[in-house]
Design a protein around this ligand. Sequence first.
Ligand SMILES: Nc1nc2c(ncn2[C@@H]2O[C@H](COP(=O)(O)OP(=O)(O)O)[C@@H](O)[C@H]2O)c(=O)[nH]1
Ligand SMILES: [Mg+2]
Length: 252
Amino acid sequence: MGEEKADKITLLELLAAVRAGDRKALAQAISVAENQPTELESALPQEMSKSHVVGITGAPGVGKSTTVSALITYLRKQNKSIAVIAVDPSSPISGGALLGDRIRLNEHFLDSHVFIRSLATRGHLGGLTASTQLSIRLAALAGFDVIIVETVGVGQSEVEIMKHAETVVVVMAPGMGDGIQASKAGILEIGHIYLVNKSDRDGAKETAKELEKSLHLSHRSGTWQPMILLGAMEQSTGIAELVEAISLHQKS
Ligand SMILES: Nc1nc2c(ncn2[C@@H]2O[C@H](COP(=O)(O)OP(=O)(O)O)[C@@H](O)[C@H]2O)c(=O)[nH]1
Ligand SMILES: [Mg+2]
């Protein structure tokens, strides 16, 4: 059929469309990255990227997606374009967590300067890390100013995925036993910025203090000293400070 033939464009044509800003092509290319990573990788040009890749990680329920949504709203006012890659290593198919994310990110779905895509694991984690990295490169090829990678959970897989982010924001919330989980997952080693979210609730300052102690104890090389911020992203409280901290880290 003629129509079917027209659909079968080559990978190089697809990538050219991604570069030209075609969002449907980007979504399609990410699917290729998930299913045929090797083919995509070899067709993907090695280019300098102007995108700033920001990782958002932390335990389920701390407010990562709410933070992402607040970030999008704020960055859109600065006229920046944003791609969000939401990674869920825990669910074989897009599960409940991502459904919640969808609701949280709903208001941005119709904005043509915002691209949102979920990746779920299909078997092994190595594959997910690879498809995440390829998705980041594709979003960079599409020319987004900021690429946000949100991961669900705080396991070793998140630590792996966060290696592909230039600036890593670890989100925490009061009273969720983050301290123990954080040290287990090596999250104290990977964060450039720690956001203690839900500061409208009791215990946020205590969580921040505890975190400061733990960070002080974990030895770091390099010049960047991790920042600790308090915020309530549901009310966008502290979002300006978060964007400022991200930008400070980018320049460091
Ligand atoms: N009280 C309070 N609740 C928040 C805040 N930010 C997010 N939440 C709530 O925390 C829950 C989990 O948020 P979500 O962004 O989906 O967390 P994620 O699993 O880390 O992505 C939701 O019910 C949010 O409405 C906040 O600043 N204050
Ligand atoms: Mg989420």
